[in-house]
Design a protein around this ligand. Sequence first.
Ligand code: PRP
Length: 203
Amino acid sequence: MLTIALPKGRIAEDTLKMFEKVFKKPFVFDDKKLILEAGGFRFLSVRSQDVPAYILHQAADIGVVGLDVLEEQESDLTRLLDLGIGKCRVCIGMPKNREFDFSMPEIRVATKMENITRKYFSKKAVAVKVIKLYGSIELAPLVGLADAIVDLVETGSTMEQNGLKIVETISNSSAHLVCNKNSFISKKEEILALYTSIKEIIY
Ligand code: PRP
């Protein structure tokens, strides 16, 4: 049996809908349950940032996770497929009434994505002080905690409603199907069968 880690929220729902389309049966988590067994699969409901850990330590064989999380964590997983759902961008944002100045001696940037942020600014040879936050990132520049933010933008409405503008897009993200390297050897047939069925309905 394949164990599949899914990030809580809309990506999990869209992925389960994808499975419903492929296997023509319902795949729905019961209320607060974190494990769903259906159609010969076991699904785990986990926090998005935790998906790579479940797969890396083989508590799950495969999973669905945003490219932004994969790039942030640089986990040693095999990328199988871009599912084309959960599309968003990793952007630099700052208050609309201010200008971004790359020549500042040090820019304070609030973000959940410390590694992506450090890499981006070091490529530009800009000194950055990264302030790690866990949510509501858009608040930081509004109250003087940071000069700018690096955050996910989907519709853009959170930035808009908080008077922030996008200064630059660092990368694009979407949900990817990834797998554990050992599982890819020991459960190759099952994984490839699933990969093929999903690929057929998304392309
Ligand atoms: C994400 C992200 C932005 C928002 C962007 O936050 O960190 O805040 O969504 O979406 P939008 O462009 O459609 O407005 P999330 O909802 O995951 O909450 P969090 O900030 O508490 O992590």
